[in-house]
Ligand binder design. Structure first.
Ligand code: HMG
Ligand code: MG
Length: 298
């Protein structure tokens, strides 16, 4: 049983680029996002308003957000970890913000320098102020299927933090398999457990493809009724504060699978692949997805 339509959230300009060692020029980022805006994508996470010492690759967050051409019907979102990030994101007038934390305490500390308990009040204030300024707030929960430092993460722990994020006012929690350790059986059983208390409409899936499981896990997630899926064009990306994190589920490979299955995403694969070609040329390294490989071979 699969959904008729899936909402894809493209996180390439944020999750994809945050890990890059070479600083991609601001204008190149802007040009790429402008191309992505014309592919039929309705949601693009464009950057991250975090400490530039932590994520130098996205230190031009404000300039990128101000510089892009906003297409009607496209939501332009950005990550914010705290009030300082939110204030800057509001100045840049992004459409929507996303707060983030982890299900495991060690990854939470390595990534945002606080324990889980210390993070709640920071995010609570950030969410409240964002909503008071008229912005919708998405939530990310990392390491839900396993942590690079702690290993196993219990479904109960992930459920507890997801519920708390929703209570604090995010409209959706994107469940992150940060280092790509989840497997389809685990995804199925955890989702069954979580959706007993959490509405499916409030959940999204965010798989990294470290071990080639992202598409299989996504399929299981869709059959469990989740219809919002994060992807990164060409499989670009990874969290710099999770050893072994590699790129996300490739948006282009996902769209290919969906269209073969007759599931609508509203996105044009050909224009997406063209945008992929632009960014791989700019980064001077080939994107690793199947669709990009096929395109290069033609
Ligand atoms: P901290 O050092 O604890 O922050 O960092 P602080 O509040 O103590 O402040 C220290 C300094 O940071 C101060 O500057 C602040 O002004 C500055 P100083 O006085 O020393 O010059 N500062 C900021 N500057 C710019 N923007 C801000 C900001 N906040 C404080 N927003 C903090 C805490 C959260 C800021 C830091 O740990 C950080 O930036 N972490 C970001 C890590 C990150 O971006 N990781 C990747 C994204 S998450 C991810 O990839 C996972 C995901 O994809 C899902 C999945 O795959 O699982 C979402
Ligand atoms: Mg990620």
């Amino acid at each position: 049983n699969y959904p008729e339509r899936v909402l894809i959230k493209e996180v390439g300009p944020r999750d994809g680029l945050q890990n890059e060692k070479v600083f991609l020029p601001t204008q190149t980022k802007i040009d790429w996002i402008n191309q992505l805006s014309k592919t039929g994508l309705s949601y693009i996470e464009i950057t991250s308003f975090v400490n530039p010492k932590w994520i130098p690759a996205l230190s031009d967050c404000y300039e990128v957000a101000k510089g892009i051409t906003r297409e009607p019907g496209v939501t332009y979102a950005a990550l914010v970890p705290n009030m300082k990030g939110l204030e800057k994101a509001l100045l840049a007038d992004v459409d929507e913000v996303a707060v983030f934390m982890s299900a495991s305490d060690t990854h939470n500390k390595k990534n945002i320098n606080k324990s889980i308990e210390e993070t709640f009040p920071v995010l609570e204030e950030t969410i409240r102020e964002a909503k008071a300024s008229g912005k919708k707030v998405r939530g990310y929960l990392s390491t839900v299927f396993g942590c690079p430092y702690e290993g196993h993460v219990s479904p109960e722990q992930a459920e507890k933090v997801t519920t708390k994020l929703l209570e604090m006012g995010v409209y959706e929690v994107s469940l992150g398999d940060t280092i790509g350790v989840g497997n389809p059986r685990q995804v199925e059983s955890n989702l069954n457990q979580w959706t007993a208390s959490i509405p499916k409409e409030n959940l999204a899936l965010h798989f990294h493809n470290t071990r080639g499981m992202a598409l299989a896990n996504t399929l299981v997630g869709m059959s469990a009724g989740i219809t919002t899926i994060d992807g990164s064009l060409g499989g670009l990306g990874g969290c710099p504060y999770a050893k072994g994190a590699s790129g996300n589920l490739a948006t282009d490979d996902l769209i290919h699978m969906l269209s073969e299955m007759g599931i609508d995403s509203g996105i044009d694969l050909g224009s997406l692949v063209n945008a992929g070609h632009f960014i791989e040329t700019s980064l001077e390294k080939p994107l690793i997805s199947h669709q990009m490989e096929i395109a290069r071979a033609q």
